[in-house]
Design a protein around this ligand. Structure first.
Ligand SMILES: [Zn+2]
Ligand SMILES: [Zn+2]
Length: 247
């Protein structure tokens, strides 16, 4: 429902017009929002105008700035700035805390009939049963932290990304180069795999996914080894792979 764009370099936006076209062609009717830095609205509207494309669905474009928070009932997206040659955004997607687990066994033991009274307790409210007050905390455990996923590509390692990624369950970080090309990483506003690993460590993230690997590596396993030496919980995902993030 939302597409987040980091910056306006070609490798990050040229796929977008084609994707919008395909979605419309495939019969999408659900609204879609594109979120990105200043200039994203101009880019999408210009391409759509030139090729005379009208989406079959409601297409919204929102330009955001570092420091902004995008709010949804189920999650928040924090916007921060990466360190690249041009303005580049990094995003942290964070679910709102989930309610604690309900103990149905205990509810039955206390003689609370299944139905609206259970719902009331699950939503954090107390109930009255046969003259006795039962609070929600007697049957519902502590609320659980939502998952946090941080996406920071096309960036040098930098303090604002460390802060944004604080305690992420998954950090997806730029790892364009290996250690032998560290100067290249610095010159082009990218990171080495080991630098990404240091960001994961400093931000106390749980897991790191190496991302945006340079096409010059036919075999990227040295990058994985270099990152793992700093931060063992590192993975090197292939395109289209599904990574599950356990709570
Ligand atoms: Zn770039
Ligand atoms: Zn890029």
């Amino acid at each position: 429902m939302r597409i987040l764009i980091s910056h306006l370099h070609g490798d990050h936006v040229f796929g977008l017009p084609g994707m919008l076209h395909s979605l419309s062609f495939m019969g999408r009717t659900r609204e879609l929002e594109i979120i990105g830095p200043k200039g994203i609205a101009e880019l999408v509207t210009a391409v759509n105008r030139v090729v005379t494309f009208y989406a079959n669905f409601d297409l919204r474009i929102r330009e955001v700035r570092p420091g902004q928070i995008i709010r949804d009932p189920e999650y928040k997206i924090h916007v921060s700035a990466g360190k690249h040659g041009i303005p580049c955004l990094a995003y942290a997607f964070e679910e709102v805390p989930k309610p604690g687990r309900f103990n149905p066994g205990k509810a039955k033991k206390l003689g609370i009939p299944e139905g609206p009274l259970w719902k009331k307790l699950q939503s954090g409210r107390g109930i009255k049963l046969k003259g006795r007050c039962i609070s929600s905390s007697e049957l519902v455990g502590p609320s659980r932290k939502g998952l946090k996923i941080t996406y920071a590509v096309d960036t040098r390692p930098c303090p604002q990304v460390v802060k944004l990624a604080s305690r992420s369950d998954l950090l997806i970080h730029d790892s364009c180069f290996d250690e032998t090309a560290a100067t290249k990483a610095r010159d082009y506003g990218h990171s080495t795999a080991a630098e990404a690993a240091h960001v994961a460590k400093k931000s106390r993230s749980r897991r790191l996914a190496l991302f945006h690997i340079s096409a010059m590596y036919e075999d990227a396993s040295p990058l994985l080894a270099q990152a793992k030496a700093v931060f063992p919980e590192t993975i090197l995902p292939h395109d289209m792979v599904t990574v599950s993030v356990p709570p």
